[in-house]
Write a protein that binds this ligand. Structure first.
Ligand code: DC
Length: 224
């Protein structure tokens, strides 16, 4: 199996690029942020503070998260319920970021991710894919962009989904989430030593995709 790991901060364009690369190569796209979002949604629905490690640990045995890959992309299930659409709100983003700092949450979701890479050629995006989840990935990419560019993209994305949000608030959220994701002790966001760094501020999605597909083809060549 060949795995492409794409890490980077929120809004760097990871998911759009990863989806396009997966399509071009016929790989399965795995959005690992959706898994943390599903846990975050459970905590919000059940009034559990996502920062309270012992409260979160206490409810973890009640949480099951699953993935399915269909024609229209990845679906994520929380205790059997398809929550693919419900996890894309700013509240869930913050809850996901907060609970993802808890090691027990990360271990709950670990084997789901490694299991996917054992069964399929994957393009997997997240924060710790190249560093922790798939340290032997055939290609590791660290995608980044300025906080302003990322906040703009997030606003545009949410507007297209019919839930417009305020730019200033989004920018503040992006910066807060960066800090939370980078400064945590468990699997913090950082480029793997052997990753290729791509700063996407002045790149279009097409340019990012082409660059990644070219890199992947280069790396896959020795694999036949
Ligand atoms: O990629 P995203 O914005 O959907 O991710 C939501 C949160 O989940 C993110 O702020 C941090 C966490 N996350 C993580 O800790 N590790 C991953 N591999 C993916 C996401």
């Amino acid at each position: 199996m060949f795995a492409i790991a794409i890490d980077g901060p929120a809004g760097a364009g990871k998911s759009s690029a990863a989806k396009a690369v997966a399509k071009a190569l016929g790989f399965v796209y795995v959005d690992t942020g959706a898994l943390y979002r599903a846990v975050g949604l459970y905590l919000l629905r059940n009034g559990v503070d996502p920062r309270d490690e012992s409260a979160v640990r206490a409810v973890l045995p009640r949480i099951t998260v699953d993935l399915a890959h269909r024609e229209d992309g990845q679906h994520v299930f929380l205790c059997g319920e398809d929550v693919t659409d419900g996890i894309r709100t700013p509240e869930v983003s913050m809850a996901a970021s907060a609970c993802s700092a808890i090691p027990a949450v990360r271990s709950l979701l670990f084997s789901l991710q490694t299991g996917m890479a054992e069964r399929y050629n994957v393009v997997m995006d997240g924060r710790d894919i190249g560093t922790v989840v798939l340290p032997n990935a055939g290609l590791k990419i660290f995608l980044t962009a300025s906080p302003e560019a990322r906040a703009e993209r997030r606003c545009r994305e949410l507007k297209e989904r019919g839930t417009p949000v305020d730019y200033a608030e989004t920018l503040a959220d992006v910066i807060r989430r960066d800090r939370q994701d980078t400064e945590r002790a468990a699997a913090p966001l950082k480029p793997a030593e052997d990753s290729v760094l791509l700063e996407t501020d002045s790149m279009t999605l097409g340019e990012v995709t082409d660059a990644l597909v070219a890199l992947a083809r280069e790396r896959m060549a020795p694999h036949g």
